[in-house]
Design a protein around this ligand. Structure first.
Ligand code: DQA
Length: 145
């Protein structure tokens, strides 16, 4: 049994009401439930966390190594395009991770084209709405099994 941590960055707590034409109608809670169901069906443990604060996300990643987290699914949201601190935390704990986005940042404004995570991620899944997360869960299960 492996443990998978799903991390959501800023404003993802507003999914379901936030810019629904871009991010869709699914809430963060419903996304977490779908991922949890997939992981539990494969006998893996699921934990999740959302924060609007960069330092909180860094703290949670640091804790993950003490909690024997085996894999991380992370949507860094706006921090994708800015956060050396979250990148360094992921490198420090050396836990494999998938970078997830609901939208496809590469089809959007130029400032979203830079990711501080893609080059160190196991893989990047973007542009599938809420399904980006379930695809990431399936890829995580494949990696862990
Ligand atoms: C996002 C894309 C980011 O550019 C944006 O800042 C978000 C959400 C996505 O899931 O599509 O907050 O990560």
């Amino acid at each position: 049994m492996a443990t998978v941590l799903q991390l959501h960055g800023p404003n993802l707590n507003l999914l379901g009401s936030r810019e629904t034409s871009i991010y869709g109608q699914h809430t963060m809670a419903s996304i977490d439930r779908s991922v949890e169901n997939l992981l539990q069906a494969s006998a893996h443990k699921f934990i999740c966390y959302q924060s609007n604060h960069e330092g909180d996300l860094v703290d949670r990643i640091q804790q993950a190594s003490q909690q024997s987290v085996d894999f991380i699914i992370i949507n860094p949201a706006a921090y994708t395009h800015t956060s050396v601190a979250i990148r360094d935390a992921l490198l420090a704990v050396s836990i494999p991770f998938i970078e997830v986005h609901l939208s496809n940042p590469l089809e959007r404004e130029a400032f979203r084209h830079t990711s501080y995570f893609s080059d160190i991620a196991h893989t990047v899944i973007s542009g599938h709405g809420a399904e980006s997360y379930t695809l990431a869960a399936k890829a995580a299960i494949e990696y862990l099994d």
